[in-house]
Every structure is written in structure tokens, then in C-alpha cells.
Design a binder for this molecule. Sequence first.
Ligand SMILES: C[S@@+](CC[C@H](N)C(=O)[O-])C[C@H]1O[C@@H](n2cnc3c(N)ncnc32)[C@H](O)[C@@H]1O
Length: 324
Amino acid sequence: MAMERAPAEHEPVLTKEVLQFLAPKPGDVIVDGTLGGGGHSLAILRQLDEEGLLVGADWDPQMLEAARKRIEAAHVAPTRYRLLLTDHAHLLPVLAEVLAEAGVQPAAPDGFLYDLGPSNPQILDPARGLSWESDEALDMRLSPQNPGPSAADIVNEWTEEALSKMIFGHSDERWARRIAARIVEARKQGPIRTGRQLAEIVKAAIPRKAWPEKIHPATRLFLALRIEVNQELERLERILPESFELLRPGGRLVVITFHSGEDRRVKDFMKRMATAPRPPWPLPETGEPARAKLLTPKPIGPGEEEIQRNPRSRSAKLRAIQKQ
Ligand SMILES: C[S@@+](CC[C@H](N)C(=O)[O-])C[C@H]1O[C@@H](n2cnc3c(N)ncnc32)[C@H](O)[C@@H]1O
């Protein structure tokens, strides 16, 4: 089947708020761990000067290329940025080298940004099998650097119980058990190969009157599978503390999430960093201060105008802390 061209640009969400909470200044070193189409990175670069450095990372070569083109088209001097093709869960050792080579001493960035999930071109590229309308292989891996099983491997090989647990755990899908049972039933006729095939199974599993009003009935299953295939929660749990440790005192960590499983993890981590450590009673208080200041006591979401312009922003939540 001929591949449609995916749109070249990803419209970044909450850009004004990213700049407000990341607060990049001339001379700063900022790491964008989810470069995507480079929209946020370009906005950050506009606030940095010749002395500043932007390091952008993405594990998808197509997104990295799209970002490179966007930044080059804006005539930013190549000395002001480095773009790295890497899984951000493996970014830190590479980053140490890049900062050392760029003469950044100590090698401690002033800010980290993570804008999680897939970008629009990835969602709309049928070859990635992220959509319930895709007739291509049900893959869902966002990067050739992801060595794990594809979505097709999971739906065709996992037990009914494991599928049900994973679907519910990642997406709160209340029909998880029935969907898992239908998947196991359907694959007896032959492997499930495409998103469209899987979506039909979900539609048959959920009673018509219980279909959600505003989203496709397969939305939650596809979200759960994408999270599982890309090990998104495990990666998130790793990058939060690692990035925070590397930040210089006064530096900021800004994270944008798109679903509750991610947001809960970010919220818990940030709260923990912003709370003074307390030994278990009856040990005496140590008087140790909190390691961070919470910059967003409540998550920041998009305004009506942004939602109208970019409906994908609807579920975005931004949280930020500043290292003390
Ligand atoms: C929502 S998009 C970011 C969009 C970006 N902020 C912009 O302004 O265009 C998320 C990006 O993170 C990348 N990504 C997701 N998981 C990743 C990982 N583990 N390592 C590196 N990049 C990752 C995806 O490939 C995608 O391009």
C-alpha cells in the first residue's frame, strides 16, 4: 500500500507556559529530551544567546530530521545547538560528553524539558500502526532504538489475564476484561495484524450503548498498547530523578504529560522533591530542607484559545520544579 505523507510539522503545546516555567536566559544550557518537531526547542533558542546551548534529543530519526530542518530554516547558528538521536532514558552519559566537548563547566544544565508521548506526524503516519484506521502492521514502536516487542506481538502472544491487567492498568479502560477476552478469541482465527482489525474487535467487545461519546471506542486500548510497547512509564520513572540530579542548583525541570498515569508519576516525584525529608517516627527531625521548590502547585493546562487552535492540547498538563 502506498504510504501517505505524514505532516511535516508538529504544533507544540503550551509554548508560552514552557518558556514561563523553564525561564531560559542568555547563556543558559537547556536540554529538550523530547525534541519532536523542534517547536519548543526553537522557542527556547530564541531566548538563549550565542553563549547559550540547546541540546535536543529524540529517538526517532524522522523527528530529529524534521527538527533539524525547522531550526536550520530559522537560521540559528549551528554552534548554539546539538541534536542527538537517542532514547532519553540513555541520554545522560551522551549528554555529559556533549557538554564537556562544548566546554560547559560544570556539566550541569539550567533546565530540562520533557513533552511526552508521540508527535502528530508519528500518530498520522500509517506505517507506525498507531491508529485504529491503519492497515499497516500493528507496530507502535516510536523508534528503531526500541528493541521491545511490537503491539502485534503483545496482542497475539500475551495471555488474556496479562492483556486485561495491562489494558486496565495503563488506561483505566473499564471494558479491559471483555476486550482481552475478545482479542484472545479473535486470534484463534489467525494473527491480528492491523490497527483496523484490532479496532473492530474492540467495537464488538464494548456494548454499543457504552461506547464513549467523544472518543473512538478503541482510544483507550490503543493508548495502553502504545504505553506498553514504548515502556513509557518505566522510562519516565527513570528520567525524572536522573535529570533532576544533573540540574544545577536553581535549574528547572518542566514536564508536559497527556494522560493520568504519566501525570500521577510526575506529580508524585515533584511533590517528593519539594517536601523536606522526614525520618520515620520516632526518629528526630533532621532539619534537612526540601530539595526543590514546586513552581506549579496545580498542573497548568491550555486555555480555550489553544484548545480551539490545537485540539491535541486538550489533555496536556504541565508541571515544574526548581532545584534548590
Ligand atoms: C510530543 S512530541 C514533542 C514535541 C516537541 N516538544 C515539539 O515542540 O515539537 C514527543 C517526542 O518525544 C519523542 N520521544 C518519545 N519517547 C522518547 C524516548 N524514550 N527517547 C527520546 N525521544 C522520545 C517522540 O519520538 C516524539 O518526537
